[in-house]
Each structure stands twice: as C-alpha cells, then as structure tokens.
Unconditional design. Structure first.
Length: 495
C-alpha cells in the first residue's frame, strides 16, 4: 500500500471539510454526525438491543447467561459460504465461473465472546457468528474511534488535567529561577574573595564572615526549592497511582492524544489545534469509508466488457484475516480473481482527495488481531470523594458499549446453537450434466440462522473463495506462515 504522511493531508482535509459542522445525533453513548454515510449505515442496521438474545446457556446451567460489559470480543475465523446465483450462468460469466475465477459467495466471521479483557480462556463453546460487514462496522470502528472517545472523557476533566500541567510548569520555572540565582551568587562570591586577598588581615576576617553568611543563604533557599519540587513530584506520583486505582482519567494520555489542542489555541488555530481538528475529521472519514467498504463500493473502473467493477472486503485465503477484493456486482457477492484490488482502486474516484486505504488498513487488520472490550468505560471525578455505595457503582460499570451491542444484535448468533434439529439435510436438485461442476452451500445467505447451520456442519473444514495468488495480499507472514501483526510490525520499525 502506498503511504502518505499525515501533515501532507492537512490542507486536503481542511479543504474537504470546510463546512463540516453537521448536527450530531446520539446512538446510545456514541455521538454520530447526521447525514454521514457511516451514520446512515449504522442506523440502517440498528434495532432495539435484546438482552435475552445476547445470552447463551453455559454447560450445566438451565438459565441463559446474560452478556454485559465484563465480556470481550476476539476474532477466531473468517468463513465463506458459496451462494446460489443464476448470474453465473450468463454468457459473459459462465466460462469464468466454470474455471473458478468467478465465484458467488459471502463472508462471515466467527468470534469469541469471553469473560475478561484478553480472552485468555477462549473456547469453542463461546463462539458467535456474524456477517463480515457487521463485524467491520463495529469492531474496526471501535479501534478507529478509540482516541476520539478517550478525548471526550478528557474534555470532562479538562480543569483537572490542564491545571496539573500548569502547576508542573510553574514548579519547573521556580526551580530553574532558584538555580540561576544560586549560580549568580556563587560568581559574586568568587569576585569578592579575589578582592579580599589584597586587604589587611582584619578586613580579610570580616570579609570571610560576610562570605560565610552569604553562602548559607542561597543554599538554604535552594534546598527549599528542591524539597518543594520533590514533594510536588511525589504528590503527583501518588495522585497518578490513586487516579488509576479509582479509574480516573490519565492526564498524560490526554496530552499524548493531543485532546486539549483546541483549548490551548488562541483566536486562530495553532499547529496543534489544526492537527487535532484534522485527526478528528480524518477518523470520521475513515469510519465512513470502512462502513461503505463492508457494504460494497463502486470503483469507477470497468472490465473488458464494459461492466462496472466494485470493491469490498472478504475472507482471506486462509481464513485468518480479511482481504480487499474486486467484485462484479453492486452487492459484492460475485468475486473475481481476474483483478486485484490495487489494480482497480482509485483514491481520486468520486472526488476523494485522500487514499483512505492508507489509514484504514491498520484499523481493519487490528480488528482481526486484538481483543475488543465490551465495557462502557466510566471515569471518576478526581474532585469528588468516592461514593460509599461502591458496590452499586461497580455494577453500573459493567454496562455494554455500543460496539458490542451493534455486534451482538439480531445479526449475530450463538454458533453452538446452530446445529439443525433434523441434521439440516441438503436438498439435492436435478441438474443437467453440463452444470455438474456447479455447487453451492446455501441459497439465501441473508438468513443468519441458515448460514449458521451450514457453517456448523462444515465441522472446521471451512471454505475460502479468495485467491491470493491472483488477487494478491496486504499481509506479511513469518516463517511459520502466521500473519505478522500490526503491533509486531510497529515494534520492528521502532528497533
């Protein structure tokens, strides 16, 4: 993928977003911008969250366990199901379909929903299944919006964090002034000693006493400055420790995310504030692009027959990740290995001024590498004393966030409840011998219940339509064939 620097995009983003002040709407605890394609896509899939449907029965228990914010989500496997599609028998496609370079399929994701924040005890018993588009719209979006969500919390406690920063700077300035005064005093002292050598013995004795008195004064003041600095530093360390224990906002992280750039700016935005604004807008646009990618995008390109080509996401060749691919229909259900994504994707199509793949790539990959917490995080006010009803507050903190709710709505199913009661025997249709090569797994891939049954019966022998040898890949692998994760690549780059 071609890489571009963030600063090079500052002008482009500012121009493209000059009139961006849209009215926001609230979906649960998430602030969404009205009119955005990402907002419309999420609202289209949104429906009342049914906690009864989110529970699953654990072995040996009669009552379903209700999922909440104490659970986490972790990717397990990406699976394709071959779908019945009569378009494959058209004069233009039948030869490609017969050779296997054109396939009708739809991608689904198996993921763990496990207790704790790292899914260390993941099991095949906690698997769920959902379509790839829904997974991307929630899990990838979670990672894109992580910084913005944290900055929203930082804004609530701006007085605490900004005041702390100002106090630290003031203490540093006072210590620096005291050190400078002590150096000046020592220089004056050296000059007086040279003059005292030429004076009489009595005057030398008086001068020595004066020097001793002057020498004591700056040392005493300097000692107080250092002591005060040490006490302030110790107090800050204690406060930081208390903040983390009591789930306070981490002010250092707020500054690392540049959350207060706008508040530090004057009438005109300074460089930091402009960068903060550009980062927020870029994040919003990347979310919009990822959601549209999951649903299928026009590429602006055509094949040799003049048919429009589309781009979307699908399971990779080995099912351990996701790839960007080219499709022949507007629903991205007919995949073709005749084209690679890089040969078709045009960043400038539809007046785009940004290569969104450059910025969306890592977020999409991380969605299939890292664990996503379902907890709706709440931070305590450091200026208020802890409530005595700590137990009740702890219960409230296990509220599930909107990302997991969006993932675990009616679009997802408990994978271990997918086995058909009657074995889900496939109906065999009489076919002409000339079409004996054509097989499919399911007719209606929009019914998650039927898809779940089909995938369950695969018994781990999953199908993957993507052809890496023809369409390429954006992954790098180690000598064991495992994907080199984004974090591993970042660590290698920092060495």
């Amino acid at each position: 993928m071609v890489k571009f620097s963030f600063l090079a995009l500052a002008g482009a983003i500012a121009t493209a977003t000059a009139a961006k002040h849209n009215t926001s709407i609230k979906l649960g605890k998430r602030q969404l911008r009205r009119g955005d394609a990402s907002t419309e896509a999420l609202l289209k899939k949104a429906r009342p969250y049914k906690k009864a449907n989110a529970g699953r029965k654990l072995e040996g228990q009669q009552d379903a366990v209700e999922l909440d914010g104490s659970y986490s989500v972790k990717f397990s496997q990406c699976v394709d199901v071959r779908t019945k599609n009569e378009d494959l028998f058209s004069d233009e496609l039948i030869a490609y379909a017969q050779s296997g370079t054109v396939v009708s399929s739809k991608s689904f994701v198996l993921f763990h929903v496990c207790q704790g924040d790292n899914c260390f005890y993941e099991s095949d018993e906690d698997l769920y299944i959902v379509d790839l588009a829904t997974y991307l719209a929630n899990v990838a979006t979670y990672h894109v919006e992580k910084r913005q969500n944290y900055c929203q919390a930082c804004e609530r406690f701006i007085d605490t964090c900004v005041v702390e920063e100002e106090v630290e700077e003031q203490v540093e300035e006072e210590v620096a002034e005291e050190v400078a005064e002590e150096e000046v005093a020592q220089e004056d002292e050296a000059g007086e000693e040279e003059e005292a050598v030429e004076d009489e013995a009595a005057e030398e004795e008086d001068a020595a006493e004066e020097d001793a008195a002057e020498e004591d004064e700056p040392e005493e003041g300097g000692g107080e400055g250092k002591e005060g600095g040490e006490e302030n530093e110790a107090g800050r360390k204690l406060k930081t420790t208390a903040r983390r224990t009591a789930n306070y906002i981490d002010c250092d992280q707020c500054f690392a995310y540049n959350c207060y750039a706008d508040d530090e700016a004057d009438a005109d935005l300074d460089d930091g504030a402009q960068q903060q604004q550009n980062m927020d807008e870029l994040d919003n646009q990347v979310v919009e692009w990822i959601v549209q990618l999951g649903e299928c995008q026009e590429s602006g390109m055509q094949d040799a027959n003049g048919n429009n080509l589309y781009i979307g996401a699908m399971c990779g060749t080995y099912g351990d990740g996701v790839e960007l691919a080219v499709f022949l229909d507007e629903e991205c259900s007919i995949y073709t290995s005749e084209y690679s994504f890089n040969s078709v994707y045009n960043p400038d199509y539809d007046a785009n001024e940004i290569n969104y793949v450059t910025y969306a790539e890592n977020y999409i990959k991380i969605a299939f590498e890292e664990t996503m917490s379902c907890l709706e995080v709440e931070y305590d006010d450091p200026n208020e004393e802890q409530d005595e009803n700590a137990a009740e507050e702890e219960e409230e903190r296990y509220e599930m966030n909107e990302y997991c709710e969006g993932l675990l709505n009616d679009e997802a199913m408990d994978f271990n409840n997918c086995e058909a009661e009657n074995g889900n025997e496939e109906e065999e249709e009489a076919q002409d011998d000339q079409y004996a090569w054509y097989t499919f797994d399911i007719e209606d891939a929009d019914d998650i219940g039927e898809v779940c049954q089909v995938v369950y019966q695969m018994q781990g022998e999953y199908y993957h339509a993507y052809d890496e040898s023809s369409s390429g890949t954006w992954y790098s692998r180690n000598s064991n064939g495992q994907i080199i994760t984004v974090s591993a690549q970042n660590n290698q780059g920092n060495k």
